[in-house]
Design a protein. Structure first.
Length: 131
């Protein structure tokens, strides 16, 4: 049962798409810095491109639902909620005097898990609507 839950193809596709999105983000960010863009603009530009790409690819590849523009807004809202969950997790772990690197790993895992659950719910719910 545990092995099936871990190897579920939807979860694997989600992790692969997320990983590719992170690599693209870092590549775009680096490219933009190299060409003289200030870091804050590079973060905004690379992040926006990757947010849109991940919204589309998670719909089409991870969850295999039709992409609608409304899913882009849903995905952005999900990622904002996941950020809040990760920040709250890191604050709680900090109060418990957990090691800084462990906080990074645990908050990343919290973000990934919440992102999967919330994105899946959002996309499945969005797929049942017309339009």
């Amino acid at each position: 049962m545990l092995v099936r839950a871990i190897t579920d193809s939807t979860k694997i596709r989600f992790v692969v798409i997320g990983g590719l999105g992170e690599l693209l983000y870092l590549g775009l960010f680096s490219f933009m810095l190299h060409w003289g863009l200030v870091p804050s603009l590079a973060v905004a530009a690379a992040g926006s491109i990757c947010l849109a790409m991940n919204a589309y690819l998670h719909a089409r590849v991870s969850f295999r639902v039709p992409f609608r523009r409304s899913l882009l807004a849903s995905y952005a809202a999900v990622q904002a909620a996941c950020l809040a969950i990760a920040v709250t997790t890191s604050q709680l772990l900090g109060m418990l005097k957990v090691n800084g690197m462990a906080i990074g790993v645990i908050s990343t895992l919290a973000w990934m898990l919440s992102s999967f659950v919330l994105t899946r719910y959002s996309y499945q719910r969005g797929n049942t609507r017309k339009g």
